[in-house]
Design a protein around this ligand. Structure first.
Ligand code: FE2
Length: 278
């Protein structure tokens, strides 16, 4: 039986189903009320959290899937701790291209905030690091792929279903400018996943839009940012006027995943739609 060489966090989900909420690309600035393309990212995150509280009772697991700060400021992660603390459940972060891992670790109020593997009685949730320091695009690299293989083998040994999370998209999504930033080593990533029938889903952020695809039986999911949205099917950068949102996932004990996104429709947000980039 193989043993993973990383720490595992165990999360107690009282029901048969693990109720997950993903908050992604919160882009918190150094100061409270800082903006991205004119949008106050503290205000939009709180609006999304208020929506989650209204819609999703009894969340078991809260995931922050990267670009949690806009520029790696310690102050942004300190505030993020406060936002996530509004939920009484276990919560975890993984880094995106806008993040600084050492600042995230410094701000973390629990030692396992950036752990790589979470387990419940039926599920393994992996939090991979696709960040390449100083680069916008993503890559897992040999170390993360090796960790992935060890973790998947151990999940197979223990009879667990797996949800793999990372920041960058491992597939193209029909946005030319974003497709250039996809995970560079997506081919070996999927080659590994294909060896393990227990892998049920892959979840990411980065693209600031809803997206669903399949890779064989594996469900592939991207989610809206809690702030500015990017328009789908674009060659160049284009912001979208859709409101901020989040994704929920119910991980059932038989390995099926129920999931959808939800958006804040009843609050007015500002966004500079004519901007050529961010
Ligand atoms: Fe982002």
């Amino acid at each position: 039986m193989s043993q993973p060489e990383h720490n595992i966090s165990f999360v107690d989900a009282p029901g048969d189903t693990v109720r997950v909420v993903q908050l992604t690309d919160t882009h918190l600035c150094k100061s409270h009320g800082g903006t991205l393309l004119g949008m106050d990212t503290d205000h939009s995150l709180q609006a999304v959290i208020d929506l989650v509280k209204k819609e999703r009772a009894g969340v078991d697991l809260l995931l922050g899937t990267g670009d949690l700060s806009n520029n790696g400021a310690r102050e942004a992660y300190d505030r993020l701790e406060g936002y996530f603390a509004q939920f009484p459940c276990a919560s975890f972060w993984l880094p995106g291209n806008h993040d600084l891992r050492e600042q995230m670790e410094a701000a973390a109020t629990t030692s396992n905030r950036l752990c790589k593997e979470i387990r419940t009685s039926n599920w393994q949730v992996l939090l991979l690091d696709s960040q390449v320091p100083g680069e916008v695009g993503g890559e897992l690299g040999e170390q993360e792929l090796a960790l992935l293989q060890r973790a998947l083998q151990s999940a197979r040994d223990d009879g667990l279903h797996t949800l793999v999370c990372l920041h960058h998209q491992p597939v193209t999504i029909a946005c030319t400018w974003l497709d250039q930033q996809m995970v560079a080593d997506a081919a070996p990533f999927f080659a590994l996943l294909d060896q393990y029938a227990g892998v049920k889903g892959v979840l990411w952020g980065h693209v600031h839009q809803e997206c669903e695809q399949h890779h064989g039986d594996i469900r592939l999911m991207a989610s809206p940012s809690t702030c500015v949205q990017f328009a789908p099917n674009c060659e160049k950068f284009k912001a979208d006027d859709l409101p901020p949102g989040y994704r929920w996932l119910d991980l059932h004990s038989d390995g099926t995943i129920e999931s959808a996104i939800s958006r804040v429709w009843d609050v007015k947000f500002t966004v500079e739609l004519d901007s050529g980039g961010y």
